[in-house]
Ligand binder design. Structure first.
Ligand SMILES: [Zn+2]
Length: 1178
């Protein structure tokens, strides 16, 4: 095993103390209870660290290793105790590793924490970060786990458990709904041929399931089916794949008509059960399928199998309840529901159904309590309609109670309510009978809600048994529950189903997994699959919808090492997640339409006390299970509270320090440096980075301190008004724009001052010039001016969805024009209406306070239209050369002109064609370069701008909203920014105005009117620009995002072509060059030492910089190209680390060299600080 961390054997303290302690004795427990270790044992322990996590059980002597580890832990602990904690920091790190390997997570966390607090450069220790990440992962503290894992790969890209990390990152990003990142990491895991706790078919399964989660059902189906073709597919994987396919066919409308779908679903599930007859979940799904096609007996049998095969599940019991209810067996239904809520007292659907059942038996008091519980449930979606129902019943009850003392008006009210009640019963009766006859298609409208079912049931009950009363509410008679659930055995007898076995959650069966499973009710909910290291047999897929939910979304999977603790957190995670994703409601498959799939947990203060008592009484019934649950929760809370104060990662100082302000080493001669490197890099091909000064992983800056006072949060936008051409070329304008104090500058009237012909970019001219030119289209919702609402208009969100498609300039022009015409027409109509009924206006505006937004109109935004082709756009591009040099697309003072190749949209012009509301979501420019944007008109644009040093705050907001700051589309909530003391510049850009976005400035833009814009990037030759570009380059690397500007390539070109007189800028460039020089040299030496041939492959003119085909990092000088692509001259480039992952000894690769070492050295040596010129270049 490669050594990439601190090893125990090398820590002196251990040896010394060990000797003292052991005092010459052989390994044994001393009489006083202290422990000692033999030299052999110490040697063994030296090789054990976090990297072994998940692999120990695979060792032939796994058990012996565990015994050794326990002993080592005792030994360490006693040493630490003796030394009163004054031991070397590595000690704690090792103790953390040992506890991690023993799966004692709380102890592992605390040991790692102590190491972190003692060791300031802990970030250099990849095994520590990895171990810490694993602990966070175990606790489902995904935010921190992601950070720790990303940092491992940043400090050591060749880390031997990179595959394990990518797999876990994939899983966590999936839960966080960052699907793009998730897919990227799963793919990175898949190409890696190192050992891993999941097999590649299992990783492929996760990719297929990721598609399913994203509702890309055709992709998912294809991927699943492809998996089934795999030779020697393990039975468990096969069973799970078939299970997913079955459930997907049952749920998803895309996959054919209902009859076909259901028959496929049943076939798949039956095949799945052939592969794994013991899957309770497959049986449960099968039951749902049978139930939905009216095969009641088969459904009962399947549910029974499900209960026999697996742990009791609230979902299953709830489904059984539904079936009983459909059979007009209210007592049995009651008992089944009670089982469900006993197993999961947050099971909103079960509470709801129980409520309807009580209501049907004219026990509104009990019903109300159940409904209240339902609204507090985890996955209660229709809280508001439920609240309405509760109010209705409460009112009815109140009036009934005071029947004899009502005034006439109240009596009338009571009559009305009663008749309403009866009416609903009748309405439902129809709906229900249609279901009973087996036709599912005609369902009662959803809006009637829970009441529907209950009335039918009530009718049924009355038919059967006259006025039967159900046992009163379990909320008040909690103690009765145990009896009832055991009683089920007999009452269920009619169906010949013995339900006793699981009816009472008993023994050591934990409640927790059940609860967590129910988290799966969320649209993106999770399913628990235990143990990465336990392989697939525990990949349990869970239904996303509870029994009487609409079958809406696919199950989701989460892998976790600890079913127990993770369960509680997964619940939280998915709750959080789901809030951001209002579910797409699809039709329900049972006639019981009492609940659906979204969840808003509303524990309002007024209802809280009842909520608690209710919860308690239910908890009381399951005390053993609940103790487990409680403990876990406490543990978690401890963890969370400690997260706030002293969990390692948080206490880190933030602020990227990628370029240390060092000035000595870069002045030493490069030959000396390289000589030193040569001596260091002798031992084969080990990670080159070890020999270099490591840089700490980049981190986003914390919010600037002290916070700005509230009255400074809407600063005036720096604006400059130009009168004439001379103003435009006045040098201080350049200085003003690039001054880091001005995040944005609006240059008003620029086009007029320079007499630019903006008409060249008008829609009319564009159509005449190139009507077939490609336009990328973003379909967006037309939102209120500065707000961003979810599609239903219920709440403000950060995520802003837009679908991408393509069209032509001609077609978009047509759309733009017709949109304008339509708006004129609407305006006229409005004006007419306004005249007619201006009286009514005041009344209608009364609603505005609580009015829901939406539904929103969709609009199309024509974006990223490429104007790089100077033949097609000659006139247009020529017109832009009239601009002052510092804003020109091409100029000597523009870093992007020194790349030697094109980066579309950065050093070329892009055009935007807009209708009102067209939005460019929040972002910083690629690699923090500056940007120039001119509004062509005729309409205006509105801009929102936040200074660079607040990007960390916005990054936090994105994370909180499960968005990727770099990759997702988001639209900030201005109120939240105000609360967080983030200043926002806000201004209107009129036609002819140029907006200069300074380096790193965060901004978002929307069109007020119909207009076109042109934009490109610029890189002023300043220390600030270079620093921010390099920082973002490193942050992108950490985040696995491609840097569009190849900063290494650019730095060398700068050294060749530019005279730098700013000492700060010079030092930074020189330092970067030195680092790269050292890396190239070390890697070169290592390859040669390992006998790998390096083939000269010089560069052609304008050859772009290279990126790794797998991980997208920039690859400079030494390119790892697959043999195949080399012989085909297609040159598929890999970075060293990715090459090694696919081919450990690099046999499948040739190494191409693009620069002579002497040349690089020469460039480095000749790059010197230029004497400063008083005024900077144009
Ligand atoms: Zn790579």
């Amino acid at each position: 095993m490669k050594s990439c961390g601190v090893s125990l054997a090398s820590t002196t303290s251990f040896r010394d103390d060990g000797k003292k302690m052991a005092a010459g004795k052989e390994s044994s427990e001393c009489k006083d209870g202290s422990v000692s270790l033999t030299d052999e044992e110490k040697q063994l322990l030296g090789g054990l660290d976090s990297r072994l996590f998940g692999f120990i059980r695979l060792h032939e002597d796994g058990a012996r290793t565990k015994t050794l580890l326990s002993k080592a832990v005792r030994y360490y602990e006693s040493l630490i105790l003796k030394a009163e904690g004054k031991v070397e920091s590595d000690f704690f790190c090792q103790l953390g590793h040992f506890n991690l390997l023993l799966e004692d997570y709380p102890k592992a966390l605390s040991a790692y924490q102590r190491y972190h607090n003692l060791q300031s450069d802990y970030w250099k220790n990849a095994t520590f970060l990895y171990g810490l990440g694993l602990v966070y992962f175990y606790y489902n503290a995904f935010h921190w786990a992601i950070k720790a894992f990303q940092e491992v790969l940043y400090v050591d890209p060749s880390f031997c458990r990179a595959k394990e990390i990518h797999l876990r990152l994939g899983l966590m990003f999936k839960v966080n709904t960052d699907y793009e990142s998730s897919l990227k990491h799963f793919r990175l895991a898949l190409i890696d041929c190192n050992p891993c706790t999941l097999s590649s078919v299992e990783i492929q399964f996760h990719i297929a399931h990721l598609y399913e989660t994203q509702q890309k059902y055709h992709f998912a189906k294809e991927a699943y089916e492809q998996l089934l073709q795999t030779e020697n597919l393990p039975a468990q994987v096969k069973a799970t794949v078939l299970q997913q396919l079955g459930w997907m066919h049952h749920n998803v409308d895309l996959l054919g008509d209902k009859a076909t779908k259901e028959s496929y679903a049943i076939q798949y599930l039956q095949k799945s059960l052939e592969a794994d007859p013991n899957s309770g979940l497959s049986w449960y799904f099968l039951g749902r399928c049978y139930s939905s096609i009216g095969k009641v007996q088969d459904a009962f049998i399947s549910y029974r199998q499900s209960i026999d095969k697996s742990e009791a599940s609230a979902d299953t019991w709830c489904s059984i309840g539904v079936l009983y209810q459909q059979q007009n067996q209210p007592m049995d239904a009651l008992q089944a529901y009670i089982c469900a809520v006993q197993l999961d007292h947050g099971h909103a659907a079960a509470w709801m159904d129980l409520g309807t059942l009580y209501e049907s038996c004219n026990q509104p008091q009990d019903a109300i309590k159940c409904y209240l519980n339902a609204t507090r449930g985890k996955n209660c979606s229709n809280t508001s309609s439920l609240a309405g129902r509760i109010k209705f019943l409460q009112h009815l009850e109140q009036l009934r109670a005071n029947k004899d003392h009502l005034n006439p008006a109240q009596k009338l009210m009571l009559e009305q309510l009663e008749s309403q009640f009866v009416l609903m019963q009748q309405v439902f009766h129809k709906g229900q009978s249609s279901h009973m006859s087996g036709s599912n298609d005609e369902q009662p409208p959803f809006s009637t809600g829970p009441a529907q079912y209950l009335q039918a049931a009530s009718v049924g009950i009355q038919k059967q048994t006259g006025h039967r009363t159900l046992p009163s509410n379990l909320v008040t008679q909690g103690a009765a529950l145990n009896h009832i659930s055991s009683h089920i055995a007999t009452s269920g007898g009619q169906q010949g189903i013995n339900l006793t076995k699981e009816s009472k959650p008993s023994g050591n069966r934990s409640l927790v997994p059940e609860i967590s499973r129910h988290a799966g009710d969320t649209p993106n909910g999770c399913v628990i699959a235990k143990g990465l290291s336990n392989h697939v047999q525990q990949l349990i897929a869970e239904p996303v919808c509870s029994p009487n939910h609409g079958d809406c979304t696919s199950p989701d999977l989460l892998i976790s090492d600890s079913p127990q603790i993770s369960a509680t957190v997964i619940g939280k995670v998915s709750e959080k997640t789901s809030n951001n994703h209002p579910p797409v409601h699809t039709k329900t498959d049972n006639s019981v339409t009492s609940s659906h799939s979204s969840m808003i947990s509303t524990t309002t203060s007024s209802t809280k006390s009842t909520a608690q008592t209710v919860t308690h009484s239910v908890i009381g019934l399951n005390s053993p299970q609940n103790n487990v649950h409680k403990v876990n929760r406490e543990e978690l809370e401890n963890l969370q509270s400690s997260t706030k104060t002293n969990l390692p990662i948080i206490s880190l100082k933030s602020g990227p320090q990628i370029i240390p302000s060092m000035s000595v080493s870069i002045y030493s001669s490069s030959t000396e440096v390289l000589k030193a490197c040569r001596n260091l890099g002798k031992n084969g091909l080990s990670n080159s980075r070890i020999f270099f000064e490591k840089c700490p992983p980049p981190r986003p800056p914390t919010s600037p301190y002290p916070p700005l006072p509230k009255d400074k949060l809407n600063p005036p936008t720096p604006s400059i008004y130009l009168e004439n051409k001379r103003d435009a070329f006045f040098p201080p304008l350049h200085q003003f724009c690039t001054n880091p104090k001005n995040p944005v500058t609006v240059i008003r009237g620029l086009a007029g001052a320079l007499k630019l012909d903006l008409g060249l970019f008008s829609t009319k001219t564009l159509v005449e010039a190139n009507n077939e030119h490609v336009v990328e289209v973003r379909t967006q919702l037309l939102q209120p001016a500065d707000e961003n609402w979810d599609p239903t208009g219920t709440k403000k969100i950060w995520r802003c969805e837009s679908n991408r498609s393509h069209t032509t300039i001609a077609k978009y022009a047509q759309y733009q024009a017709s949109s304008f015409q339509e708006s004129l027409r609407e305006e006229n109509e409005k004006r007419m209406q306004h005249k007619e009924c201006s009286d009514n206006e005041s009344t209608s505006s009364d609603f505005s306070g609580k009015r829901r937004k939406g539904p929103f109109k969709t609009i199309k935004f024509g974006t990223n239209i490429d104007l790089s082709d100077d033949k097609k756009w000659k006139l247009q591009l020529h017109e832009l050369t009239k601009l002052p040099a510092f804003v020109r697309v091409v100029s000597a003072g523009n870093l992007l002109s020194h790349l030697g190749h094109t980066i579309l949209g950065m050093n070329t012009v892009q055009l935007y064609m807009k209708v009102p509301g067209s939005r460019t979501p929040g972002h910083q420019e690629n690699n923090n370069f500056c940007s120039v944007n001119i509004n062509i008109g005729p309409g205006d644009c509105e801009w929102f701008v936040v200074p660079e040093d607040y990007w960390g705050v916005l990054n936090d907001f994105c994370e909180k909203n499960n968005l990727n700051f770099l990759m997702s589309s988001w639209w900030p909530n201005l109120e939240e920014l105000y609360e967080a003391n983030v200043p926002v510049y806000r201004f209107i850009q009129r036609p002819g105005d140029l907006v200069w976005i300074n380096a790193g400035t965060v901004h978002w833009v929307q069109a007020v009117g119909w207009c076109n814009n042109i934009a490109w990037n610029v890189g002023p030759l300043t220390a600030c620009q270079y620093k921010l570009a390099v920082e973002r380059y490193e942050w992108n690397k950490l985040q696995n995002v491609k840097s569009l500007v190849p900063m290494v390539h650019l730095s060398w070109n700068m050294a060749r072509n530019i005279k730098v007189s700013d000492p700060r800028l010079f030092e930074m460039i020189k330092y970067c060059l030195l680092k790269i020089l050292k890396q190239c040299q070390t890697l070169r030496e290592a390859l040669i030492a390992a006998g790998k041939e390096i083939i000269w492959h010089g560069r052609t003119n304008d050859e772009p910089a290279h990126y790794c085909n797998i991980c997208e990092v920039e690859v400079f000088d030494l390119l790892f190209v697959t043999n195949e692509s080399n012989s085909q001259k297609t040159y598929i480039v890999h970075c060293q680390d990715c090459a090694r992952k696919t081919s450990g000894n690099l046999d499948n690769f040739v190494v191409l060299e693009q620069y002579k070492m002497e040349d690089l050295i020469q460039v480095y040596e000749q790059f010197t600080l230029a004497p400063s010129i008083s005024s900077s270049s144009s």
